[in-house]
Write a new protein. Structure first.
Length: 671
């Protein structure tokens, strides 16, 4: 592969040897050990009397068209003079003898690379030739393509050193290892089969050598995989770029130049994502990438902005990975015989093809570490491991630990919760395959309202739903959302929705009426901006692709437009007597020792409390039992009930405590 290059290098060596011999013929003392470190009087006279010149060069053989140097000359638009200059600059990297040759010809032992003047002279070009000098200009093919570096910029033009970058040298020698400079900005995206038809996009990329494409995708879209497949189908290699990392690069302009050179060296096309990471903060960086004269496929969720490029792109919509393809890809990536219903297990997750591959590998690794057969929990854990961490900074993540058996609710309420779980599990099929929510920019999200008094089980029910789907629960802290300054609340919510779009989880807005309140008549500027905030939230909720649950104690405070956009509204009533008895028994648990005098039926009948209050009483009673180093007794339980009443601000009435009123501390003073 390198034979042709070395042959040309040997021909260039003959040219340099002739130049050295010509110089020695006029050198008064070529064997002076200090030559190049000072100027003698004879050397000054020689410089004054005879201008520097070299013998006319012998013609150098041209590079074969199918060689790497020939491909380089064709793809970068190099002239014959450009190729000769490139070879002259390349020789010290192929043979270290040329460092000494160039030091001698430069008349300076410290300058061991060819200078611009020396290169032009070796090519037989006058130093003042305008066109020859232009071949070393910044916009000339050699330098614009990143094939040649001109160093020592503080020197006069002819004295500046020429150097070939290591990546170019490696390429000419047959090394296809990507430029180490790009290690921090490259991404692991690759072609993945079965996630869309790449043929139409491949035809466009084949017909346009510098085409620009924008693939807009939703959560779980196959944009990067489809772009990579299309480039491969167009006989191009894939150079994947992480735009977020590129924006963090200390010298992004240099990185973009290296990307262009790498793409042109290897005949690659760029797949750049996510556009959303840089669109708002670094639009100039997007323009630098989209203007590159190579095929560029951008992938993102935002609508295309014409300011991102000087040329109009081909705008396409990236498909989602349908459940069947997702399961097939998972089985293929796991590379094991698995009898699990993977399609059903992954149905609540909106995963990209790359995430599906990683999820399968993570599940297999987890099972291997536990030395256990691959289970449904391993599949879900692998899928959850693909979640981004950005939402953790804006919401509290809860790993669900409760199940349907832990809920104590009326039958109709539990049925509604199971219907909500079913919606989340089958939304891809119903809203995608059957297109049951067309038009209007609506997402594939599921939104529900949980309404009921405090402690009736709203948060616990959200946790149960998350556990049933295999998802994490994210509780939004309203203290990080609501802001007194106009427009800031919307910005905070937008950050939450944006981060949630990259996470497969259940998003719970507690005390939702504080954020999703009713719109009012406009009486002053505050009312107008409050209504703008509510209108924004209406639109954002409708376009959200995830599973969102709004929990409120005051259902009547919610705007009617919100309730219309909700898939389900679930009411959580205060538990009745049989439910309270079940709650008392479950909250005390099987491990806490109980005395024989415990009268749980009386507690269920006498005290109208929510499940949250009963749980709090059980914990207080357990501490009293631990202090007494004995089983839980009825006096301890009555004491704990009184403490809960004090927290709630309720009167302690003897009639309510009935026959156990005498167990209350200070019962003589009880009303």
């Amino acid at each position: 592969m390198t034979a042709g290059l070395l042959s040309l290098a040997r021909e260039m060596e003959l040219r340099i040897r002739r130049a050295v011999e010509a110089r020695r013929a006029t050198d008064p003392d070529p064997d002076d050990a200090f030559r190049g470190l000072y100027l003698t009087e004879e050397a000054v006279e020689r410089l004054l009397d005879a201008p520097r010149s070299f013998p006319p060069p012998e013609p150098t053989g041209r590079a074969a068209p199918d060689s790497r140097l020939g491909s380089l000359a064709r793809d970068f638009g190099l002239s014959a003079l450009d190729v000769d200059i490139l070879l002259i600059a390349l020789l010290p990297d192929l043979d270290d003898r040329f460092e000494s040759f160039y030091g001698y010809l430069n008349d300076d032992v410290t300058r061991r690379r060819p200078s611009a003047g020396l290169a032009l002279g070796l090519c037989g070009m006058p130093h003042a030739d305008r066109e020859a000098r232009a071949r070393l200009g910044e916009r000339a093919p050699l330098r614009a393509g990143g094939l040649l570096l001109v160093e020592d910029r503080d020197r006069p033009f002819l004295g500046r050193a020429l150097r070939v970058p290591d990546r170019v040298t490696a390429y000419l020698l047959g090394d296809d290892t990507p430029d180490p400079r790009l290690a921090e900005v490259r991404a692991p995206w690759e072609a993945i089969r079965g996630v869309g038809d790449p043929a139409p996009l491949a035809r466009f990329l084949s017909s346009d050598s510098s085409g620009l494409v924008y693939l807009q995708e939703d959560q779980g879209g196959a944009g990067t995989a489809l772009a990579a497949s299309a480039l491969e189908a167009a006989d191009r290699t894939v150079l994947a770029v992480d735009l977020a990392r590129l924006a963090e690069d200390p010298a992004p302009a240099e990185a973009v130049r290296c990307l262009l050179r790498e793409a042109r060296l290897t005949g690659a096309g760029l797949v750049c994502a996510p556009v959303d990471a840089v669109a708002r903060e670094r639009p100039g960086l997007l323009r630098a990438v989209t203007d590159l004269p190579v095929p560029v496929v951008m992938v993102g969720r935002l609508p295309w902005d014409a300011a991102w490029s000087t040329a109009p792109p081909l705008l396409l919509r990236a498909p989602r990975v349908d459940p069947e393809a997702r399961a097939a890809l998972w089985y293929e990536s796991a590379a094991e015989e698995v009898s699990l219903p993977v399609q059903e297990l992954l149905s609540p997750f909106l995963l990209t093809p790359e995430q599906v591959v990683r999820a399968a590998k993570a599940a297999v690794q987890k099972a291997c570490v536990e030395a256990a057969p691959l289970s449904a929990d391993h599949v879900r854990q692998g899928a959850r491991a693909q979640n981004a961490a950005g939402l953790d900074r804006l919401a509290r993540r809860i790993e669900p630990t409760v199940t349907w058996q832990d809920l104590v609710l009326p039958p109709d309420t539990e049925t509604q919760l199971r219907e909500l779980t079913s919606r989340a599990r089958h939304r891809d099929h119903v809203l995608g395959t059957w297109s049951m929510r067309p038009g209007g920019g609506r997402g594939r999200g599921v939104a529900a309202l949980f309404a009921g008094d405090s402690g009736t089980g709203k948060t616990m029910s959200a946790e149960v739903i998350a556990a049933d789907l295999g998802l994490d629960l994210y509780t939004v802290d309203l203290a990080t959302v609501i802001d007194k300054y106009v427009g800031e609340t919307e910005k905070n919510l937008e950050r939450i929705f944006t981060e949630a779009a990259g996470v497969n989880g259940v998003l719970l807005f507690d005390e939702a009426d504080a954020v999703f309140g009713k719109r009012s008549d406009v009486k002053d500027a505050h009312d107008r901006y409050a209504n703008v905030e509510s209108a924004y939230l209406l639109q954002r909720m409708e376009s959200f692709d995830g599973l969102a649950i709004l929990a409120t104690n005051l259902r009547a405070n919610l705007d009617d437009a919100f309730t219309r956009r909700l898939d389900l509204i679930v009411d959580f009533p205060v538990p009745d007597t049989p439910q309270r008895l079940t709650l008392w028994d479950r909250t005390l648990g099987p491990h806490l020792p109980r005395a024989t005098d415990l009268d749980l039926p009386f507690c269920a009948e006498a005290f109208e409390l929510s499940g949250g209050n009963i749980r709090s009483i059980a914990v207080t009673a357990a501490y009293l039992a631990a202090e007494a180093a004995g089983p839980l007794t009825m006096p301890m339980l009555i004491h704990a009930v009184q403490r809960e009443y004090q927290k709630l601000g309720r009167l302690t009435l003897a009639s309510e405590f009935g026959r156990y009123a005498n167990l209350l501390p200070g019962h003589e003073k009880v009303i």
